[in-house]
Design a protein around this ligand. Structure first.
Ligand code: GTP
Ligand code: MG
Length: 243
């Protein structure tokens, strides 16, 4: 069995909170209101995963599935510069795809599995920003919730299988019930993440992000079975997620 790798978030405090970084063979989920740094964290991980293992990276390429159209190569350039890495080289190691519906999103995961078997060990990270957006638009009707959850479950199982088979970390972002950007939702509890039991069970580590003062943000471990519900403060900077 291969050793688990830990990829730095860019913030030492945040890394500490989750046991050293986001882990391979595991699914890490970050949810929170808009502007809490979910996309900035995704961007930062695209860079940090390429760093040497001794420096908190996984010495690997990364695959990113964008469902919200918020990927910005220029942000990656700035983050690469912070870590003294060549921006264009960093961008060359990011396999990027946009998904427009949940069928495409599912197909992309299958395509990634095929890619990973062609290039064993080259990829240690898959990012999906966000996992839920297209589900909220594809299944916006009240009677479709069961169907939505079933498909979400299929997707999460497939992700976990890829994570274990190829020793890859899965990082997904999620929205809050109160965020209406993804279509109609019944607001049962606005402070809860979307995805119900399916995401709750599928995600190994769940992070609840909230706003602090200025560029400060706070991450809290959510519903962790084996870790205390501790918090970590991090900052969003030009160079990505930092302390
Ligand atoms: P939604 O996707 O809308 O739910 O939000 P999110 O959680 O993905 O937020 P995102 O990661 O996009 O964070 C946006 C925040 O990052 C905003 O407060 C921006 O001001 C901040 N931000 C983005 N780029 C920079 C930058 O270059 N420098 C600094 N200091 N802040 C930045
Ligand atoms: Mg975002």
């Amino acid at each position: 069995r291969q050793a688990v790798l830990k990829i730095s978030t860019g913030s030492k405090e945040l890394d500490k909170l989750i046991g050293g970084g986001i882990q391979t063979m595991s699914i890490t989920e970050a949810f929170g209101e808009f502007r809490t740094g979910k996309t900035q964290l995704s961007h930062t991980l695209c860079v940090t995963c390429q760093m040497p293992v001794e420096e908190g990276g996984a010495n690997s390429k990364v695959a990113l599935i964008d469902t919200e159209n918020t990927f910005r190569p220029d942000r990656l350039r700035a983050i690469a510069t912070r870590f003294n890495m060549d921006p264009e080289e960093v961008l060359n190691n990011v396999l990027y795809a946009k998904a427009f519906n949940t069928d495409q999103q599912l197909d992309l995961i299958t395509a990634l599995a095929a890619k990973f078997s062609e290039e064993p060990g080259a990829y240690r990270l898959i990012i999906i920003d966000s996992i839920i957006n297209l589900f909220r638009t594809d299944f916006s009707g009240r009677g479709e919730l069961g169907e939505r959850q079933q498909k979400l479950n299929t997707m999460m199982s497939r992700l976990m299988k890829v994570a274990e088979e190829f020793n890859v970390a899965i990082f997904i972002t999620n929205q809050m019930m109160s965020d209406p950007s993804g279509g109609l939702t019944f607001v049962a509890d606005p402070k809860k993440p979307v995805g119900g039991h399916v995401l709750a069970h599928a995600s190994t580590t769940r992070l609840y992000l909230r706003k602090g003062r200025d560029n400060q943000r706070v991450a809290k471990l959510y519903d962790s079975p084996d870790m205390p519900e501790a918090e970590a403060t991090y900052a969003i900077t030009e160079g990505g997620i930092d302390d």
